[in-house]
Write a new protein. Structure first.
Length: 421
């Protein structure tokens, strides 16, 4: 029993690592392999502009650094900003005085000590101050400043990131004087990448909305969706340019780098596809492992033949029933003794060889070593991203997609066991 458990435990461990999926029927056209350049759209690469004239005092970021919206970018000493904050604080005081003047004018007018013209002038003066304050408040908000938090005039203007991204290049050197429209830093949005594929003009004419691509980056493949066929030809390579959007791409791609891309062109045909991880070399052939089919029909035929033979033998058994009964009665004692001697002899042999037959006389060890999987030889048509188109397997057939190494080990062990017997 201990030996049987040792054989069974590895199989149970393998089963948890083995994953089975269904082969899928998918459209596939002519596959072309070509180069593609990683890029982004123009609205994904942004520039941080100074917004105010002044002197660059300090940068809070470095190239390659990840920043979030609202993070500090640069400190600028600006005379204009000093004037804006001073004017805003002055307007607050002027507004209080104008409100008091208006209230006084209205009180005197009710007592007949002031004219209506005095009241109107006080109201106009108050509204003018409010208008200036509103305009200045809007300007400060556009610079990322909260006016209510200003307690004193300052020339220290801090510029904040307006979006998430990665710092690309610092364009303006530190301690330089800048204008209001000077670009300071490039900011790259890493939420989406694109690839420009370079293909021949003849193949470019077959590009359509159904065109699919698979781009290879750092030993991995990513689906690429067709965006558009760009209208101009690359002057250096004399090739057409096709723009693809990279689906679920990593967030640290290098802009401008070149890689390989597979493109499926029309017309297409339906082919059986499985995962690349399902393919393996077994006895010098490319194979995909599938579960063994139970030969129920064979057992059914054998059972039918057995029943037929039993039916033919029924008459003979009936004719000799009495004779067999007599022989059985007379030899019962001798047969019992012979059976016991034979049983003791078998048990003695089993103890010498370290194994015993089971209750049914079968060999459990051989049954435990049998694996429920078999190797199906396949022909590779084309590699498509993380999948491969093959011949030799039917659509919707169950195959081992992960844990192929364990299945191969089980089959090799089983084959060695058979040779051992």
């Amino acid at each position: 029993m201990t030996r049987y458990l040792l054989l069974l435990l590895p199989l149970l461990g393998f089963a948890s690592a083995i994953k089975v999926e269904h082969a899928q029927l998918k459209p596939l056209g002519k596959i072309i392999k070509t180069n593609a350049q990683i890029t982004q759209l123009s609205d994904q690469q942004q520039e941080v502009v100074s917004r105010l004239s002044g002197h660059l005092e300090a940068y809070y970021i470095k190239p390659g650094q990840h920043v979030k919206e609202g993070d500090k970018i640069v400190l600028i000493e600006s005379i204009k900003f000093s004037k804006m904050t001073a004017e805003y604080l002055a307007l607050i005081q002027q507004l209080k005085a104008a409100e008091n003047q208006k209230n006084t004018a209205m009180t005197l007018h009710k007592k007949g000590l002031s004219s209506q013209n005095d009241v109107s002038n006080a109201i106009i003066s108050l509204e003018n101050i409010r208008s200036k304050q509103s305009a200045l408040t809007s300007q400060l908000h556009s610079l990322g400043i909260k006016p209510k938090e200003l307690n004193e005039a300052t020339d220290k203007f801090i510029l904040y990131a307006h979006a998430d991204g990665v710092v690309g290049t610092i364009l303006a050197p530190l301690h330089s004087n800048v204008d209001a429209q000077t670009s300071l830093v490039t900011l790259v949005n890493q939420e989406g990448y694109y690839a420009v594929a370079y293909i021949g003009v003849n193949d470019a004419m077959k590009i359509s909305k159904e065109t699919k691509g698979w781009i290879h980056i750092a030993d991995k493949s990513y689906d690429a969706s067709f965006v558009q066929l760009l209208p101009d030809i690359d002057k250096e390579t004399q090739r057409a340019k096709v723009l693809f959007s990279i689906n679920k791409s990593p967030t640290n791609l290098l802009l401008g780098s070149f890689t390989e891309i597979d493109i499926s062109l029309a017309p297409t045909r339906n082919v059986v596809m499985v995962k690349k991880s399902a393919l393996t070399l077994f006895n010098g052939e490319w194979v995909v492992f599938t579960e063994k089919e139970h030969e129920e029909e064979t057992h059914h035929e054998e059972k039918s033949d057995h029943d037929h033979e039993k039916e033919e033998a029924g008459h003979d058994e009936h004719d000799h029933a009495a004779h067999e009964k007599e022989d059985t009665h007379e030899n019962h004692g001798y047969d019992k003794l012979d059976h016991e001697e034979e049983k003791d002899h078998k048990n003695h042999d089993a103890e010498e060889h370290g194994e015993k037959e089971d209750a049914h006389g079968g060999h459990e060890e051989h049954e435990e070593e049998e694996t429920p999987y078999e190797a199906n030889i396949v022909k590779i048509i084309a590699y498509v991203g993380n999948e491969v188109a093959i011949e030799g397997l039917k659509a919707e057939a169950e195959y081992v997609s992960d844990g192929v190494y364990f299945v191969k080990s089980m089959l090799l062990k089983s084959s060695l066991g058979e040779h051992g017997h």
